[in-house]
Unconditional design. Sequence first.
Length: 245
Amino acid sequence: MRYSIALFRSILFWIGFAVASFIGSLGGVLFLKIAPPLGRGFITFWAWSHRMLCLLVLGQRVRIIGAMPNEPVLYVFKHESAFETVEQPYLFDHPAVFAKRELFDIPLWGSAARQYGLIPVDREGGSKTMRAMLAAAKAALAQGRPLCLFAEGTRVARGEAPPLRAGFAGIYRMLNVAVIPVAIDSGDAYPNGKWVKWPSTITYLVGDMIPAGLDRAEAEDRVWRAINALNPPSALEQSPASTAS
């Protein structure tokens, strides 16, 4: 019975989210160039609709422990599900999110993402691609926009704590920017790759700001421990070294 109820709720959720995604993407494409505030409003509507569907249809509540100011800093999020990727335009005013280049190939949504100012990450790209990514990030910071990065590189199962991708160290050093790490435990309620979602409370735990200019090992260790703070204590026994994979 519990599964049947969750399945029914999830079907309603996906229908509602598909409609909201179409409206948000279409509005973004139509207005981001000619009326940017209105276009960004459509993107915010998309993220807000997702939050409301999670709350009212799936029965998922969200609590935030700590503050996430809308400032030009680098936010590094734990990445357990698609939940936190959709949340970014709701959590912040016009964030610049680092996103996989493949996502920009999605019809309509990809065009809206580019016009909104998301930053493509091409792991197969060379130095020219990296320079373009850093230039976009610096421009966003100059505009007062927060940067949002999922430094694990991909979604991980609840309780797992892989090392940060090597890209974090390069971005942190080259941008010379403070970091705010954020843990989230969305994986159980919003499991990766599964259609059925579950009622629960999803928690954001905001860590202490990490200043710019630390050496690589210390910066990575502090970020890694902070974004995994909601994991079981055993996952934090030893910080793994960063990998270039």
